[in-house]
Structures are given as structure tokens and as C-alpha cells.
Design a protein around this ligand. Structure first.
Ligand code: SAM
Ligand code: SF4
Length: 333
């Protein structure tokens, strides 16, 4: 089986799959309060998701990240995790992981660990309950903290993902850092991206460049760049005084495309070859056209052959260029 290699000689070894567009939160930078969700029939069934992921794994994907929307609110999602984990047992898949808002972790952490999941990314932008309720609109901080506790107790390594928002969590930078150190969680900051239809003004208002955040950290600590690369937009530093590792995801200000090893599939089976480009391939039609995976494999290969060299996001000149209209919850962040 020839593995998936794109036209720029980048092997595709990492797949992110959104299993639902629905969510129990309405984070202001991610969703409108009243979202129009997709009809259920448009979503891939759990069996289709399994076929799709298994085909990618057969074609060389070694790392699978499940996301959404909120993956843990999809009905019967544990059935999916249990069945797809056979590829961990066989050794074909090296890592199965998920990104979650943490609201359902208290319920599922043990089951996830039993499926061979070792790490989870939990999104958490503030440790202040009132601010948490503000930014997530529907979320409640204690529920998420309880979920994080449960994940830790189940032996899962937790990475906290924090979207850097000017005027919102700026003042909490060191509190978040201290809390993660105390709880032994990794911490990664994400620069806010121009997704969905939020007003342009609001986004520029909230935009807190991570180089500024990093400079703030450097006022108090000695930061050493780490060479570690994941093939994605994350860069890491070590805080010499504490030994803590901190990640920065700067899709807008950093060009990470040359080492890109990943593609994304939406919950309706659209394969996006690049987070910042509109081009996509429909995988649902080939999935539904035949019970075997030949058509699907052909569609995947044809799409990877069109993977672009890079993205067009750009906040320069104080306007949002290269904005893509779909929401993060649709593509799967
Ligand atoms: N619901 C899960 C969660 O919140 O972790 C998984 C899906 S969520 C879309 C994945 C990640 O995307 C979260 O860490 C979230 O903070 C981030 N995100 C959402 N909208 C974003 C935006 N406009 N810019 C940057 N990150 C965003
Ligand atoms: Fe839901 Fe995650 Fe989007 Fe927040 S960031 S609304 S938790 S999908």
C-alpha cells in the first residue's frame, strides 16, 4: 500500500476528525449563540466514521485526533472509541486522542483510558467562574474542573488549551501558568483565528498576538526555545525557573506549513487539506456509494494530490485577509 504523500513531499500521518458539529457550550469566538446545526442525516454515522478513519490508517495515518463540536456529546461516541481502538492494539495507530471542552470527562475519562487513550486536550480559557460562564455562554467551570480531575485520576495526561484573548484572560496569564504547574498539566496558548462570521471588529479587538504574550512571560521568566516539532503549528518553550513546558499555536503569525503532516475531516465527511483554504473533497459520497472502501481510497488519494503548499490567513494591514467562512466547530479545531 503506497502511503499518502502530498505534492510537496509531506507524508500525511495525522488526521483530525470532527464527529459532531454540536456542542453543549457556545464559546463566543467559536459559535453564535443560536447555531443552525446540520441535519442528522448529513452527519457520518459511527460506522462511516470508523470506515473513514480505518481507511486513513491503512493509508499511513498514525495519529488520530477526535474533535468537534464537542466530541463527547455525540451519542454513543464511546462505541466509536472502543471499536477504533483496535488499531492501537494492532500497532497501526500510534496515538488516539481527543480535544474536548471537558464537560463530559467526569463521565467518560475512565472509559477513554480503557480504550487506550493516553492524553486529552482540554480547552480552558479562564479559571474565573464568572468569566468562564461569559466566554462559553453555557459552560460552568466547576463541571470542567471536575472533568479534568477525573481525567487525571484515570491516568490521562491533560494538556490545557487556552485561547489568548486580549482584555479577557491577559491578567490571568500567570495564574493559569501556576495552576497548570501545580496540577502538572501541559499548557498551550492558541492565537485567536478568523473563523466563522463573528464581526471583524470584535476579532481584531480580541486579537492578542502570542509574541506579546510570550514577551509578557519573558518579563518574569527565562524562556528557552525547544526544537520539538509536531508537524503542526505548535512551538514550545521551557520556563527555566520551573521546568514547565509551554506551547504556542500561532497559525496567523507563524508559517508552519512546510512541515504540515495533517488533514481534517468534518462531521459530514468533507476532507480539508488545509485549515486555511476552502478547497475540500467530499468523502461521504464515496463512503455511501459502495460498501467496500475502493472509491473512498481513490477520493482520499485524489484529494491529497491537491493539498496546497500553505494557507492565506493574515492579520497584517489590520484587516482579516484569507478569512474562511466556516466555523471552527465545523472543521474541528
Ligand atoms: N469542543 C472541543 C473544545 O472546545 O476543545 C473541541 C472543538 S474546539 C472547536 C477545538 C479548539 O478550537 C478549542 O481549543 C477552541 O478553543 C479552539 N477554537 C475555537 N474557535 C477558535 C478560534 N476562532 N480561534 C482559535 N481557536 C479557536
Ligand atoms: Fe464548543 Fe469547543 Fe467551540 Fe467552545 S470551542 S463552542 S466548547 S466546540
Amino acid at each position: 500500500m503506497t502511503p499518502l504523500i502530498d505534492p510537496f513531499a509531506r507524508p500525511i500521518s495525522y488526521l483530525r476528525v470532527s464527529v459532531t458539529d454540536r456542542c453543549d457550550f457556545r464559546c463566543t469566538y467559536c459559535m453564535a449563540e443560536h447555531m443552525q446545526f446540520l441535519p442528522k442525516k448529513d452527519l457520518l454515522t459511527l460506522e462511516e466514521l470508523d470506515r473513514l478513519c480505518s481507511t486513513f490508517i491503512r493509508l499511513g495515518v498514525q495519529k488520530l485526533r477526535i474533535t468537534g463540536g464537542e466530541p463527547l456529546v455525540r451519542r454513543d461516541i464511546m462505541t466509536f472509541f472502543r471499536t477504533i481502538s483496535r488499531h492501537l492494539d494492532s500497532g497501526a495507530l500510534k496515538e488516539l486522542t481527543l480535544t474536548t471542552n471537558g464537560s463530559q470527562l467526569a463521565k467518560y475519562a475512565g472509559d477513554l483510558a480503557a480504550c487506550g487513550i493516553r492524553r486529552v486536550n482540554v480547552s480552558l480559557d479562564t479559571l474565573d467562574p464568572a468569566k468562564f460562564a461569559d466566554i462559553t455562554r453555557w459552560g460552568r467551570l466547576p463541571q470542567v474542573l471536575e472533568g479534568i480531575e477525573a481525567a487525571k485520576a484515570a491516568g490521562l495526561r491533560v494538556k490545557i488549551n487556552t485561547v489568548a484573548l486580549k482584555g479577557f484572560n491577559e491578567a490571568e496569564l500567570f495564574d493559569l501558568l501556576d495552576w497548570c504547574a501545580k496540577e502538572d498539566h501541559d499548557l498551550t496558548f492558541i492565537e485567536v483565528m478568523p473563523m466563522g462570521e463573528m464581526g471583524e471588529e470584535l476579532r481584531l479587538d480580541q486579537y492578542w498576538p502570542l509574541k506579546d504574550l510570550r514577551a509578557r512571560l519573558a518579563e518574569r521568566f527565562t524562556l528557552s526555545d525547544l526544537t520539538e516539532r509536531t508537524g503542526g503549528p505548535a512551538r514550545y518553550v521551557r520556563i527555566e525557573e520551573t521546568g514547565q513546558k509551554v506551547g504556542f499555536i500561532t497559525p496567523l503569525t507563524h508559517n508552519f506549513c512546510e512541515s504540515c503532516n495533517r488533514v481534517r475531516v468534518t462531521c459530514t465527511g468533507e476532507l480539508f487539506m488545509c485549515l486555511g483554504q476552502e478547497d475540500m473533497a467530499d468523502l461521504r459520497a464515496p463512503l455511501r456509494a459502495a460498501p467496500d472502501d475502493a472509491l473512498l481510497e481513490h477520493a482520499i488519494r485524489a484529494a491529497i494530490a491537491r493539498k496546497p503548499k500553505g494557507h492565506d490567513f493574515d492579520y497584517s494591514r489590520q484587516k482579516v485577509a484569507g478569512q474562511v467562512s466556516r466555523h471552527m466547530s465545523h472543521t474541528g479545531g
